[in-house]
Design a protein. Structure first.
Lengths: 318, 174
């Protein structure tokens, strides 16, 4: 009507200043609103990531007390989530990073927000995806307790452990009593399981050689000492496994130093005599020189010696 | 006259737009402050819950726990000799537990005066300042009862001596 009126008077595309002003200011307001909504949405994602990270931290604390070992905890989330598991070895203990990414409008929204821990050791694939996640833990003792390591899996990944050899001790019982829904022990059949075999088979996704203490997964091989690291090798990818194992050794080095100094406190005040101090120094320097899991074997004999000496001692150091 | 009325209309519209803009900005600010308050409360609650769980975890962690040093495995038992060794190496543990302070106090048998533990006063002391985060304030403290065990010697015989204590963890309010 207005344009028609203007058209009839002065020609095409001419409009009053008030209309032009309203359109320009309206557009500015619209742009600001879109920018604000976008920023708010990104902030919400970071907030959600931080919240999930803190919840995981709270959930994992009880798992790190040894009397909760062999129990499963789960975390259920309302939308599809990816938990990225990353690690580095800088500083005295290295760092465990968890990054949370959630699906929004069909796309994974990644935030630059990492949840970091120095005192946790989480073994999993590079990322685990789903709405429900399982966590269980086991103490890593080498020869003293170094940490409670945590294994993280998605409820949508099913693991099946097939045919345990006779000399495997209580691993089978341990996994059965764990009662974790995505872990099955025994006959795996044709189902969509990630199959773990202890004697090489053609239909196995992961092969564990308990004699040579090695795990072969996706064509790559890693080595372990103790059952805690065997599970770690099964549930994680090579890069993550090597990094977290190195972090465990960093803590072992520091604990060896503490036990060495404890020896002198206990000797002077408690009247105990020890013969482990020198071995603990060797363990500390040997652990510092281990660069990958293939070199863990270098520690086996010294660890066994220290374990025997501590068990025989009148005053045990740990 | 016509020109003046046009100017009036522009002014009216400008005022109207500014008012609408301010109105939405105020609503936005209100929503943000409301969300921030909720977030801060949630963060504080989670931090408190985390610290409570950390208290139990600390006594069981390899740096603190008695393990099997005192014959049987004990829960909530802190090895005092190990703590003194840890205190000597505490610099490497900066930010390791995510708390501001860790202190252990012997509460029974009671010693009347407060004696800080160091290489000279140990074991005849009752307060061990295990960890203090560099540059951090003390924050809020949460505590838990623990057994404090060490080896002791009397008449040339070594024996296990366990006393009652409290482990106090200070954390920051965010």
């Amino acid at each position: 009507m207005i344009i028609k009126k203007i058209n009839s008077k002065k020609g095409a595309l001419e409009m009053s200043f008030s209309w032009l002003f309203a359109i320009i200011v309206g557009m500015i307001i619209l742009v600001l609103v879109i920018y604000g909504v976008n920023k708010g949405f990104q902030g919400g994602q970071v907030e959600q990531s931080a919240l999930i990270g803190k919840e995981i931290s709270v959930l994992l604390n009880p798992l790190e007390t040894s009397f909760e070992a062999g129990k499963t905890s789960s975390l259920s989330l309302s939308s599809d989530t990816r938990l990225y598991n990353k690690c580095d070895n800088f500083g005295g203990f290295g760092t465990q990073y968890l990054e949370v990414s959630q699906k929004s409008f069909g796309e994974w929204v990644k935030t630059d927000f990492d949840i970091t821990f120095s005192n946790k050791y989480i073994f999993s694939d590079n990322y685990v995806e789903g709405k429900k996640f399982y966590f269980f833990s086991k103490p890593f003792e080498f020869p003293f307790k170094v940490a409670d390591v945590i294994y993280m899996t998605s409820a949508s990944d099913f693991y099946c452990f097939e045919e345990f050899p006779e000399d495997m001790g209580d691993v089978e019982e341990e996994l059965t009593t764990l009662n974790q829904e995505n872990i099955q022990v025994g006959e795996c059949g044709e189902e969509n399981f990630i199959t773990i075999c202890f004697e090489y088979g053609s239909n196995c996704d992961i092969n564990v050689n308990y004699n040579s203490k090695s795990v072969e997964k996706q064509g790559e091989e890693v080595y372990f000492e103790t059952d805690a690291l065997m599970y770690a090798a099964i549930f994680s990818e090579k890069q993550g496994y090597e990094c977290q194992t190195r972090r465990l050794l960093q803590r072992l080095e520091n604990l060896a130093q503490i036990y060495n100094e404890k020896e002198s406190f206990t000797s002077s005040n408690g009247g105990c005599s020890f013969e482990i101090g020198a071995d603990l120094n060797v363990l500390k320097s040997s652990a510092a020189s281990v660069q990958n899991s293939g070199e863990l074997i270098q520690l086996r004999n010294i660890v066994e010696d220290i374990k025997i000496k501590n068990n025989r001692a009148y005053c045990a150091l740990w | 006259m016509k020109n003046q009325r046009g100017q009036m209309k522009i002014q009216q519209m400008a005022f109207m737009l500014i008012t609408v803009f301010i109105f939405f900005a105020l609503i936005g600010l209100f929503i943000i402050s409301f969300k921030m308050t909720g977030l801060r409360e949630q963060a504080t609650n989670l931090q408190e819950k985390n610290t409570m769980l950390l208290l139990t975890k600390l006594a069981e962690s390899p740096e603190f726990s008695c393990g099997e040093s005192f014959r049987n495995t004990k829960t909530n038992c802190v090895d005092l000799d190990k703590i003194m060794a840890l205190k000597n190496n505490i610099n490497i543990y900066q930010n390791f537990w995510g708390v501001n302070t860790i202190e252990i106090r012997k509460i029974y048998p009671e010693i009347e005066e407060e004696i800080l533990c160091n290489a000279q006063s140990y074991p005849n002391c009752n307060i061990i300042e295990v960890y203090s985060k560099e540059g951090a304030e003390e924050g809020i403290g949460l505590s838990n009862f623990v057994s404090l065990c060490r080896k002791n010697e009397e008449n040339g015989i070594s024996y296990d001596k366990c006393e009652l204590g409290r482990i106090i963890v200070g954390y920051e309010i965010k």
